[in-house]
Design a protein around this ligand. Structure first.
Ligand code: 9UX
Length: 71
């Protein structure tokens, strides 16, 4: 059983941004897969269980970007 959630990520403008966000989100406990879309400014995260939103926000903040709310 997995959970998929999509988050809007603000501030990403190049593939290096995408890489940074992907790496940080991928390091969260239980995360199985991360797919960041630069064109739409979203991050799709597949995880074992629903992720605490504050943990997702913290990870994206750590990468240098911002999650506003769940899309
Ligand atoms: Mo690319 Mo993103 O040079 O903050 S890493 S714009």
């Amino acid at each position: 059983m997995t959970t998929t959630a999509t988050y809007p990520v603000e501030g990403m403008t190049c593939e290096h941004c995408v890489r940074a966000v992907t790496t940080e989100l991928g390091g969260l406990p239980g995360v199985q897969r991360v797919r960041v879309d630069l064109a739409t400014g979203t991050a799709e995260v597949v995880s074992d269980a629903p992720l605490p939103f504050d943990a997702v926000q913290a990870a994206v903040d750590e990468a240098g970007y911002e999650v506003k709310a769940i899309a």
